[in-house]
Design a protein around this ligand. Structure first.
Ligand code: SAH
Ligand code: SF4
Ligand code: F3S
Length: 448
């Protein structure tokens, strides 16, 4: 069977897609890159906001029209919406089966059931143990790999659906993670990103004292891996030892993604975030002191229930104080089943949410542009990760501060490191020309 998976949401979902595709290949199926070529279409969905779910319903409408012409195609739904919208999805005419976030290892069996004529079934088991072990992957990138180290979330921020869609925190055993990364290094992957909703919780559910910082040190020892990133840190849980490791070991990308969500203590409390603005700013000071060249990025929600103009001003104030390298901003969206949905009224009008959202976006762009302009005419090392979508001759990669750099004529050197002179900048992107290219960072192999 020819299989196409469309991925929505975060990188954890991208990695889950890679697992499902890997399993389907083991079952003898073929991965295709276009919905029109597929016999089986799987939507790997996100439920974090209403908008994420609307996108999926839009896609289902489109698939429904394809299905009228090609009635023999199958449609499955995976990802976070499955837990959230079970009944609704199963009763949708277009959908043949649903499979939960902790049951994706059964995707091969799901196809077997379809072939036997089974329809409208749900696979919702918690098979976290299988997900912790060795799995086949169909990697979507050739030079950079996602590696999930911990699944689920125990935090229960009042607005957030993730703890309900992905369940409790489950760390993969270090041995499994290290084995996977060694294998990746042997296959030529030089850059990896360790993933979890809260990577700082890593290891706390396993026996023994092995923590996230221990994992970072062990991953950095793997020969062949040149650069390591990780996502997401929880402000309260980020240990100083982790900052020290990132700062002192050249293999680490100098990035801390520390979602603040709001600059108002009152709202942070209603969100159940467990820190105050003062504590957050103290953490930023520590990061800046220990790792002065680190980029700090964040997530912000505007229009949380009861958010006043003053609360919002406080969020803007934090933006001015920290001058984040990047901000992901979202308008608060009610998620059924969460504490906030049950106890707080969604009382900030949509127009005000949008106004606040745009204000953050505008300020974010200005700060990013100022930061980009400082980089003009400087040189940076970048790992050439993939082909640019704008011009296929150009490559893209990330600087150590996680700025996207488009490298002119870089595509010939994908998978290598380039020293790049930055010649043009915008708020989001940098453009540059190669000065030299090396196989491994720091080692001169090829001079242009
Ligand atoms: N684990 C990470 C983020 C996970 S979800 C953390 O703790 O920050 C990614 C982002 O989506 C969140 O940081 C938040 O900004 C946003 N988000 C989550 N639930 C939301 C909701 N109900 N409405 C609007 N934005 C939301
Ligand atoms: Fe959601 Fe909070 Fe968990 Fe992040 S830490 S996934 S925002 S509950
Ligand atoms: Fe979305 Fe689930 Fe990720 S809700 S953000 S796909 S964990």
């Amino acid at each position: 069977m020819k299989v196409y998976i469309r991925t929505y949401g975060c990188q954890l979902n991208v990695n889950d897609t890679e697992i499902m595709l890997g399993i389907l290949e083991r079952y003898g199926h073929t991965v295709v890159n276009s919905i029109d070529d597929a016999d089986l279409i799987v939507l790997n969905t996100c439920a974090v906001r209403a908008k994420s779910e609307e996108k999926v319903y839009g896609k289902l409408g489109e698939i429904n029209r394809i299905k009228r012409v090609k009635p023999n195609i199958f449609v499955g739904i995976a990802g976070c919406m499955v837990e959230d919208k079970r009944e609704e999805l199963l009763s949708n005419d277009t959908v043949d089966f649903i499979i939960g976030t902790r049951a994706i290892t059964r995707i091969g069996e799901a196809v077997g059931r379809l072939q036997k004529g089974d329809r409208k079934f749900a696979i919702l088991d918690d098979l976290s143990d299988e997900l912790a072990g060795e799995l086949p992957f169909h990697r979507l990138d050739r030079y950079h790999a996602w590696v999930t180290i911990i699944r689920g979330c125990n935090k229960f921020c009042t607005y957030c659906i993730v703890p309900y869609t992905r369940g409790r925190e489950r760390s993969r055993p270090p041995g499994e993670i290290l084995k996977e990364i060694k294998q990746l290094a042997l296959s030529g992957y030089k850059e990896i990103t360790l993933l979890g909703q809260n990577v700082d919780s890593y290891g706390k559910d396993l026996s023994g004292n092995y923590r996230f910082s221990d994992l970072l040190e062990d991953v950095a020892r793997i020969d062949g891996v040149d650069r390591i990133w990780f996502l997401t840190s929880y402000p309260n849980d980020l240990e100083e030892r982790v900052i020290d490791i990132v700062s002192s070991n050249p293999k680490f990308g100098k990035l801390f993604h520390l979602p603040i969500q709001s600059g108002s203590d009152r709202i942070l409390k209603l969100m159940n975030r467990g820190y105050t603005v003062k504590q957050y700013l103290r953490l930023i000071d520590t990061v800046r002191r220990k790792c002065p060249n680190a980029a700090i990025t964040t997530d912000i929600i505007v229009g949380f229930p009861t958010e006043t103009a003053e609360d919002f001003e406080n969020t803007l104030k934090v933006m001015e104080t920290v001058r984040f390298n990047r901000v992901n901003v979202a308008a608060y969206s009610v998620r059924d089943g969460t504490y906030a949905a049950k106890h707080f009224e969604d009382d900030v009008p949509r127009s005000i949410k949008l106004k606040r959202l745009n204000e953050i976006l505008r300020r974010e762009r200005e700060i990013s542009l100022e930061r980009s302009e400082e980089l003009l005419n400087t040189s940076a090392w970048v790992f050439l990760r993939g082909r640019s979508e704008i011009d296929p001759r150009d490559a893209y990669g990330y600087t150590d501060q996680f700025k996207t750099l488009i490298v002119k004529d870089g595509v010939k050197f994908l998978g290598r490191w380039a020293r790049v002179k930055i010649i043009k900048v915008s708020s989001g992107l940098l453009w540059g020309e190669m000065e030299k290219v090396v196989e491994r960072r720091g080692e001169l192999v090829h001079t242009l």
